[in-house]
Design a protein around this ligand. Structure first.
Ligand SMILES: Cc1cc2nc3c(=O)[nH]c(=O)nc-3n(C[C@H](O)[C@H](O)[C@H](O)COP(=O)(O)O)c2cc1C
Length: 315
């Protein structure tokens, strides 16, 4: 079973991926947060930074595209191929955010199976690249999945990554494992499971269930809570305080040279702590007040003091 890093918009850019790889060793495959083609400009400066080979040497990641515009998809993938050498792309049919869904994109595309099929027909007939899909199991109802899967079955995908929730559920409730089992039994494409695997134990209990056709498990929030999770699953140690310090320092310094001003750096670091902090509290490793302090800090100097205090408490 392979391990994949889930795309997490705003967090798992090249800075996070490189720090993860350097300190903890990475997963088998990384997926980039989504980008979308637009008529006026195909790629922004910010996106170039994320995509250029210099920033992706150790952590070659698959670009993810969010669109239902087949022409835009083709132009964008051709450009990413000719300028940066990418030969594999992932399509996002999972994003549940209101602004994305209302435009019929992400999980929104799943509610319109004609659009889904037309888009895939158009891009799959033209594309020279390996194409994978990351999907939810429907927008409003899990029964939508049968028709959606029948469409995916028409194409030869590199892999089909399934997050077995419907769009309306966002991240609430439990993944619908009955629907994932249905995918395993009926998919013509190889599958990757994604959803709520956030510890080695959760991974092991998933594997014991013997889901056929599944070649990999993709982990997102589990990695944000515990950046050593891939290493632990592979039989290695959990993270040490020293490693955590190194990981956070690399990220903070890279953001500091990437952004102008403290505010965006602080915001990014707080986002990481919004996952890691509660996980450490749950394990009983740190005083909840320390996380509150770090989330409330207004300056990097203040943030650093609280980060140091937290790391001192970790054994
Ligand atoms: C903050 C955040 C950003 C996300 N950004 C993306 C994204 O850009 N593309 C995507 O396909 N999924 C995105 N997702 C969904 C995750 O990739 C993943 O499918 C989801 O978190 C479930 O997996 P997990 O339980 O392992 O976290 C995002 C999720 C979160 C919480």
């Amino acid at each position: 079973m392979k391990l994949y890093q889930a795309p997490l918009e705003g967090i798992t850019g090249y800075i996070y991926r490189n720090a993860l790889f350097k300190v903890f060793g990475g997963p088998d495959k990384y997926f980039m947060p989504f980008i979308s083609p637009y008529e006026k400009r195909i790629i922004t400066e910010k996106e170039i930074k994320q995509l250029c080979p210099e920033n992706n040497r150790d952590t070659k990641a698959i670009p993810q595209i969010l669109t239902t515009d087949s022409k835009g998809f083709t132009e964008l993938t051709d450009r990413l191929n000719s300028e940066y050498g990418y030969e594999e792309f992932n399509i996002n049919f999972g994003c549940p955010s209101g602004t994305v869904v209302s435009k019929g994109r992400g999980a929104g595309t799943l509610a319109d199976t004609d659009l889904l099929e037309r888009f895939l027909d158009e891009i799959m007939s033209r594309s020279r690249y390996k194409i994978s899909v990351k999907t939810r199991i429907g927008l409003h109802n899990k029964n939508e999945f049968q028709a959606i899967l029948a469409i995916y079955n028409k194409y030869s995908l590199e892999e089909l990554i399934v997050h077995p929730r419907i769009g309306d559920e966002k991240y609430k409730g439990l993944p619908h494992m009955d629907v994932y089992r249905e995918a395993c039994n009926n998919s013509k494409n190889l599958l990757v499971y994604n959803g709520d695997i956030d510890t080695k134990e959760a991974y092991e209990s998933f594997v014991t269930e013997n889901y056929p056709n599944t070649i990999a498990v993709m982990i997102g929030r589990g990695m944000l809570k515990d950046p050593a999770v891939f290493r632990e699953i592979k039989g290695g140690n959990g993270y040490s305080a020293e490693e955590l310090k190194e990981f956070l320092t690399i990220i903070r310094e890279a953001y500091t040279s990437d952004f102008s001003g403290e505010t965006p750096v602080l915001q990014k670091m707080k986002e990481i702590w919004s996952y890691m902090g509660p996980a450490l509290i749950e394990k009983g490793e740190i005083d909840p007040r320390l996380v509150k302090n770090i989330i409330k800090s207004k300056k990097i100097s203040e943030y650093k003091i609280y980060e140091k205090e937290i790391i001192r408490e970790i054994v």
